[in-house]
Design a protein around this ligand. Structure first.
Ligand SMILES: NC(=O)c1ccc[n+]([C@@H]2O[C@H](COP(=O)([O-])OP(=O)(O)OC[C@H]3O[C@@H](n4cnc5c(N)ncnc54)[C@H](OP(=O)(O)O)[C@@H]3O)[C@@H](O)[C@H]2O)c1
Length: 237
């Protein structure tokens, strides 16, 4: 078990992970809790959120600052939100949570619009009218909330482990400050480099890469990720 970096109370800006009880949410929570971030696990069920938070604390160490609550309460308690729910529930959940999302919040969206596949394994994406799952999110959040698309190509299995990752995170947003913050969070995960992927509309391409990675994982029985090469060193955070 790796011990979490102690939380600096003066620097605490909690990250609320909506749908944080699934593998993508718990993996990000674990890595950020180890890096000293304060984490709120969000769920439709407060008890499930608390049980998940307790498990993450066990892996991250007693110093870790991880709590759990129902999704709306999590939105009300944080202005930095991470969305990790299946695409088919994304729109309905965001409509429900809209009144609870604080003005000026940043919402980082990892949703991939996957089509259901044979045996529950999907390796192709659905068309999204808005262009991408993240652009759909941008339409559904309250005005003034900045949406960032990131973390689509990182394996949740690997995030939930202890080893450094071998993956770049491409971050897309129309708000440069929000994107910068998301890149800083990505770079807190050992082995991850964050790269500015430009405008939110580019999330369409990044989301689709995940379908390719899932297909590769099925074919080669692995946990693939991506590395972008050839950019100047300052491009990688
Ligand atoms: N798994 C990966 O490797 C990975 C990597 C990158 C991106 N992603 C993307 O990240 C998202 C989450 O992935 P995941 O594998 O963690 O998904 P998941 O396990 O299927 O779902 C995550 C959580 O979403 C909540 N949820 C499920 N159905 C819901 C509904 N109808 N309404 C509201 N909440 C619902 C559940 O939490 P509660 O039941 O506790 O509310 C669940 O634990 C997906 O969009 C996925 O494409 C996944």
């Amino acid at each position: 078990m790796q011990q979490a970096t102690p939380v600096n109370p003066a620097a605490v800006r909690p990250i609320a992970i909506l749908g944080g009880t699934g593998p993508a949410g718990t993996g990000l929570a674990l890595r950020w809790a180890r890096a000293g971030e304060a984490i709120i696990i969000g769920s439709r069920d407060a008890q499930r959120a608390q049980a998940t938070a307790a498990k993450i604390k066990q892996s991250a160490g007693e110093q870790a600052n991880v709590s759990g609550m129902e999704n709306a309460a999590a939105c009300a308690s944080a202005d930095l939100l991470m969305l990790t729910v299946p695409f088919e529930s994304q729109a309905t959940l965001l409509k429900q949570l809209k009144p609870a999302i604080r003005a000026g919040s940043i919402l980082i969206d990892a949703t991939v619009p996957l089509a259901a596949g044979v045996g529950g394994r999907a390796s192709r994406t659905l068309g999204v009218w808005q262009g991408s799952a993240a652009q759909q999110t941008a339409e559904l959040v309250p005005k003034g909330v900045s949406v960032v698309a990131a973390f689509h190509n990182v394996s949740a299995d690997l995030l939930n482990g202890d080893a450094p990752l071998d993956c770049d995170v491409i971050v897309c947003s129309d708000d440069p400050d929000a994107a910068q913050l998301a890149r800083k969070l990505a770079a807190k995960i050992p082995g991850v480099r964050a790269i500015d992927g430009g405008k939110l509309e580019n999330s369409r391409i990044v989301e689709q890469i995940t379908a390719l990675l899932i297909g590769l994982n099925i074919r080669h029985k692995g946990h693939s990720g991506i590395r972008i090469t050839g950019l100047p060193p300052e491009s990688y955070q």
